[in-house]
Design a binder for this molecule. Sequence first.
Ligand code: NAP
Length: 380
Amino acid sequence: MKLISLLGASGSIGTQTLDIIRQHPNDFKLAAFSVGKNIDLARKIILEFRPELVSVQTKGDYHIVKAEFPGTKVTYGDEGLIETAVFDKADILVNAVLGSVGLNPTLQAIEAGKTIAIANKETLVTAGHLVLEAARKHQVPLLPVDSEHSAIFQALQGEKDKNIERLILTASGGSFRDRTREELVDVTVEEALNHPNWSMGAKITIDSATMMNKGLEVIEAHWLFNMPYEKIDVLMHKESIIHSMVEFHDSSIIAQLGTPDMRVPIQFALTYPDRLPLPAANRLALAKIGSLHFQEMSFERFRCLEFAYSAGKTGGTMPTVLNAANEAAVAAFLQGKIKFLQIEELIEKALIRHQPIEHPELSLIQEVDKETRQYVHSLL
Ligand SMILES: NC(=O)c1ccc[n+]([C@@H]2O[C@H](COP(=O)([O-])OP(=O)(O)OC[C@H]3O[C@@H](n4cnc5c(N)ncnc54)[C@H](OP(=O)(O)O)[C@@H]3O)[C@@H](O)[C@H]2O)c1
């Protein structure tokens, strides 16, 4: 029985993690969880899973939940996220919170010796060097939840790093894959949220449409697999059946395939190095699918991908700026304050004005993150 603490239980990855716990009551137990503002769902989760600790975002919600569930320990805010992440009875932290707010809880959980199943890619983008350094120091496994990184992780089982030629991340292309840049000028939030293959949270769906999601994943792969950017490629694959691949020096390529279902990589992170049945997942019927398609990525069409490679290669505080500007710009787009193409304009402006600082400590990363968001807001 593994005891799980889950950050972001009310989100897309969070609810799918709960589904896995529900399907395997003898293997997993929810020990602690956090939500943001969705306390209706928090109530249901408490009643169904009876965890010991719950964290909510605001003090007001804290008082409400505490009064309703006197037998459950309730906490709130950034401190609440940390308390949930380091909850002493949990064996593994599933970090499925959205955004760089997940950084500090991840670092604290690593220090507390927790195994980390990481979905929260913004944490790795904003401060991958700190997370990996801490994980190495405390010998804590960082297990990927993102489907592309899970695919690479699976393809690398039993393989030696020295034999890797390159990593190939596949990209579905998002909601606007087949549109030209001219056709993107007046797209709506609703259209951008209509992803062809995956059902995900709003922010990552917009990131997929701008291709920033793939850019963030390139940086994530750089850290998780200790791979230089020159050896990480992105390939358009519209069916999202091959979740990513590894090419080796002898020209062999190992890929991981499956229907687009995030429960598969989430569950693999929870059962690793073992596997469990996942009855709810659709099995892949390749004969029915018939053919798979691949296409070179265009950096002119998807400018955010170029920004991410460039920020990643520059390093230091540059990826922090990339991530913070993107979080702020996507939030503004979702609120109807800017148009779709302005997301990349704002990110580009934030990147151009920033003078990167090498080897930033946590406090500097937090400062740069905050200052970048303020700058983007000042442009709105
Ligand atoms: N969705 C996917 O298929 C997928 C795939 C790969 C990787 N990921 C990564 O997984 C992470 C989560 O994505 P998602 O799609 O599950 O997002 P989501 O559906 O938007 O859920 C985000 C979760 O984080 C919580 N949250 C947001 N801001 C918070 C704050 N300031 N304090 C505390 N809690 C906060 C939300 O709480 P409330 O809703 O209660 O406010 C919710 O539980 C992201 O880093 C994403 O890139 C997602």
